[in-house]
Design a protein around this ligand. Structure first.
Ligand SMILES: [Zn+2]
Length: 53
């Protein structure tokens, strides 16, 4: 089963969960994650606990 990145639409086996400023709770690929992260578009996941790197 593959999942689709909510940002670029690419199908990946594993995606990262993130809370996007515009899109809300989404799953995205590593490439998009670091891109959005560097643009400061990702918010911390609620009830997260572990953070970053
Ligand atoms: Zn992507």
């Amino acid at each position: 089963m593959t999942l689709k990145c909510s940002v670029c639409g690419k199908e990946e086996i594993s995606l990262l969960r993130a809370n996007h400023r515009d899109l809300g709770a989404i799953k995205l690929c590593v490439g998009c994650w670091s891109k959005e992260q560097s643009k400061d578009r990702l918010l911390p996941l609620e009830g997260g606990g572990s953070c970053c790197r």
